[in-house]
Write a protein that binds this ligand. Structure first.
Ligand code: DQQ
Length: 535
């Protein structure tokens, strides 16, 4: 296969060619899902940013349309940057987005509406002259750190509200604006929340989650059984973090719970390559759906050769864990419609050093669900208190170093002789008062090619194994993506990898254990995945 096609995805969204980044304005309207995205129509590197547009009936099969927003006035002459859609009751959708007005990245916020609301795909969007730009950077606001308006929510005081990401010096913050008519917007004096030394906040997302069950909520939901989530994308490290907390409507403040850190070291949707995410409420299935951009991990030169760069994650349903301390995510159920040939394994013991090959499916384009069990935690290795981040542990211990309980898991995109493989695995450690469960997706051995970013992505899993000694894993393997969900979606890792040997029919899948404790594969189901339709 040509260099262009080799690592293209089959069921993760990407346009036919060129650069993409952030998902923008996701929404469900009149039976159709819309996905807009940051797009460079002129090449495979970031620049000339406009809004690409695709529509779908099921979030999996997409039809690419003409771009929805492109520079057309002095207020977005230098780019149409990220933003969100709000469906106004009885009036239809409105897009709020960031326009760049000069070559110093000075930003303003604009609105756009469908030219023809009865076009089922809402192909054409107009930016009315009156009131645009609806919001400018005034006062102490730093105009080059002032972007990415959220979807609006309605409050009983008769106002719509949105957040806009920003920063002052090194303090990251999100500003609230309110409006009665969606045209004239007033800034609430203080930010809804801010955290020192986190740098500029990009793409804030703010939404209610239910304390009971998995259903998603419309942004305007109020009530006692509701908590709020605030997520920010930190430009400084290109990682996102979120907190769960309380929204104090009367004073336009958000107070995070103290169950996890607010800032570096806080919770993440994904411990891999997952940025500028955005969620939306899907009223047709009462769920909240989350999208994110997964950047390439190869070089700019490679991207130019390939003619494309950037993909979207598989859309994920997101809800609050029953203990209320973190979110849980799972690929939307529609993805299962691509499952084709199925193979199974059950009750299979894995001794130390055992590798079992999973045959009969297309291992480069697959979906795997697996549950491991073991009878004791006795052999768990001691946790070294000098390890600060999960990535440190993953890097030091890896998948090949013998352990006590683990490493065990999947070897994805493996070449015949194991010159290349991307392991996704668990290791269990003993700390003074508890066990620590590590999940890794280690790209170091993913490719023989050198000029690649091959991180040892990892996260800890917040689960108590003392009563139930089981760990489950789901991996979506799609040529240059391994998107994994640990323990039902509590800890998730998306990796971008570029094998040179483990490609197409030459890619293999294994289940392995390199720990002294015997592991049982209680149950495994693996499927070949069909390619999604893209037009
Ligand atoms: N990408 C957009 C910005 C946003 C950033 C520009 C996040 O609006 O802050 O392409 O990736």
């Amino acid at each position: 296969p040509s260099v262009t096609k080799l690592h293209r995805t089959a069921y993760h969204f990407q346009p036919r060619r060129n650069w993409i980044n952030d998902p923008n304005g996701p929404m469900y309207y009149n039976g159709v899902y819309h996905l807009f995205y940051q797009y460079n129509p002129k090449g495979a590197v970031w620049g000339n940013i406009i809004w690409g547009h695709a529509v779908s009936k099921d979030l999996i099969n997409w039809k690419e349309l003409e771009p929805a927003l492109y520079p057309s006035n002095p207020f977005d002459k230098y780019g149409c940057w990220s933003g969100s859609a709000t469906v106004l009751p009885g009036k239809g959708p409105v897009i709020l987005y960031t326009g760049v007005i000069d070559n110093r990245s000075s930003e303003v916020q604009l609105y756009a509406v469908p030219e023809n609301k009865s076009d089922p795909f809402l192909r054409k969007w107009v930016k009315p002259k009156t009131f645009n730009p609806i919001i400018k950077a005034e006062g102490a606001i730093n105009a080059s750190a002032f972007r990415d308006p959220t979807t609006a929510w309605w409050s009983r005081d008769g106002h719509w509200r949105i957040l806009i990401g920003g920063g002052r010096k090194n303090r990251g913050m999100a500003f609230t604006y309110r409006s009665k008519d969606f045209l004239k917007w007033i800034r609430v004096k203080h930010p809804i929340h801010s955290v020192a030394s986190t740098g500029t906040w990009e793409c804030p997302d703010f939404y209610p989650v239910s304390l009971k069950g998995k259903n998603g909520l419309d942004l305007s939901t109020v009530g006692k059984s509701v908590k709020h989530v605030l997520k920010n994308s930190l430009d400084k490290t290109r990682y996102e973090y979120y907190t769960i907390g309380t929204y104090l409507r009367n004073c336009d403040k958000y107070i995070p719970d103290n169950t996890s850190e607010d800032g570096w070291g806080g919770l993440r949707y994904d411990y891999g390559n997952f940025y500028a995410s955005k969620s939306f409420f899907d009223p047709s299935k009462n769920r909240r759906v989350l999208w994110a951009w997964a950047n390439e991990s190869d070089s700019k030169e490679d991207d130019v050769k390939k003619g494309w760069a950037g993909i979207q994650s598989i859309p994920r349903t997101v809800w609050l864990d029953s203990h209320g301390r973190q979110l849980v995510q799972w690929p939307v159920e529609e993805l299962n419609s691509l499952r084709e040939k199925e193979v199974k394994l059950s009750n299979r013991k894995l001794k130390k050093g055992e590798y079992v090959k999973v045959t009969g499916i297309t291992a480069a384009q697959a979906d795997v669900e697996i549950t491991f069990s073991f009878s004791s935690l006795e052999k768990a290795e001691a946790f070294d208190s000098r390890w600060v981040t999960a990535e440190n542990v993953c890097e030091e211990k890896g998948s090949r170093n013998e352990g006590g309980v683990g490493p065990f898991g999947l070897l994805t995109l493996a070449s015949e002789k194991m010159e290349e493989f991307t392991p996704v695995f668990f290791r269990v450690f003993k700390a003074p008062k508890k066990h620590i469960i590590l999940m890794c997706s280690d790209a170091r051995s993913s490719s023989l090619k050198r000029e690649l970013y091959k991180p040892s992505f990892a996260g800890f899993v917040d689960i108590d194994l003392s009563h139930n000694k089981k760990l489950s894993l789901r991996s979506l393997i799609d040529h240059s993506v391994v998107e994994s969900f640990g323990v039902g979606g509590k800890t998730n890792i998306l990796s971008r990898v570029y094998p040179t040997l483990a490609i197409k029919k030459k890619a293999h899948l294994f289940v392995f254990n390199n720990g002294t404790e015997h592991i049982t594969v209680e149950n495994m189901k693996a499927w070949s995945m069909k390619s999604a339709r893209r037009n």
